[in-house]
Write a protein that binds this ligand. Structure first.
Ligand code: MF3
Ligand code: CO
Length: 260
């Protein structure tokens, strides 16, 4: 069942979305060769708690971190570890914050040092496809319109779309109905209505779309071990308008501050 939120409930989503956005901005300051993903996880956990939030991934169905860590061929749900980031890596950081009973969810794939052009291009296209999906996410459209927009954008450029993992509804719970796939047909799926809050999160591969789940039961990587990129925003539909509740502004500001 798709639970439609009241305008007050959507208003209450904003602080959670803002805190997860600021958390990602904080993490962005630390991303560099030599930094362990566990260090990033600790920074995020403390930042969230210092700001009155709860790291919603930590302990979720047994997940062992605040952040999902997605290095290179990892698609989603990697664990924080003593792995130290290396020059040329890409690392997706995906996290969910709970604040005052509501969830904000976002993901950003960062370049560590100098990254190969074809991998940078994968990241750029994946990020653009998120906005193409957002553009299709309008009251009166259907979930399949978002899915088809993302798929078409990425496949036209030679990339492949992971099919086993989806975006989702969000609210008081991290995962609510409906599922929001990144592939599908226009005009299909649930209708997009005022009161819906959705996470759109393209997971796009340089090589084939096939994935493998590691023996830890979580870590999802590409079967061909080629890189995968992942970006995510939390959105709300209200008054026939699409509101993007999370923002990459804090991340981009942090990256700018570091290189100037
Ligand atoms: N954004 C991720 C998702 O929607 C967050 C997962 S948190 C975890 O799947 F705890 F499940 F890892
Ligand atoms: Co999500």
């Amino acid at each position: 069942m798709i639970y439609l939120k009241t305008p007050d409930e959507i208003e209450a989503m904003r602080p959670a979305a803002d805190l997860v956005s600021r958390t990602m901005g904080e993490v962005a300051r630390w991303i560099a060769p030599g930094v362990t993903t566990r260090k990033l996880d600790t920074i995020a956990r403390e930042f969230i708690r210092d700001n009155g939030g709860k790291p919603a991934c930590l302990g979720y169905e047994g997940f062992p971190g605040t952040l999902c860590i997605e290095v290179n061929e990892t698609v989603v749900h990697g664990f924080p570890s003593n792995y130290a980031l290396r020059d040329g890596d890409i690392v997706g950081i995906d996290t969910v914050v709970e604040l005052n009973g509501f969830m904000g969810d976002m993901c950003y794939t960062f370049a560590v040092g100098n990254v190969a052009d074809e991998v940078m291009q994968l990241c750029r296209t994946t990020r653009e496809s998120l906005y193409v999906g957002i553009e299709a996410c309008k009251v009166g459209h259907r979930v399949g319109d978002i899915a088809n927009a993302v798929q078409t954008y990425c496949e036209k450029r030679g990339y492949s779309v992971v099919r086993e993992m989806c975006g989702h509804g969000i609210g008081r719970h991290m995962h609510e109905s409906p599922e929001v796939p990144n592939y599908g047909r226009r005009g299909t799926g649930p209708a997009l209505r005022n009161g819906m809050c959705l996470c759109i999160e393209p997971m796009i591969n340089l090589g084939s779309r096939n994935i493998v789940i590691e023996s830890d039961g979580w870590t999802c990587r590409t079967r061909d071990r080629k890189p995968s990129a992942h970006y995510e925003h939390t959105l709300a539909l209200l008054d026939n308008q699409t509101h993007v509740l999370t923002t990459f502004d804090y991340i981009h500001q942090a990256i700018e501050d570091r290189f100037n």
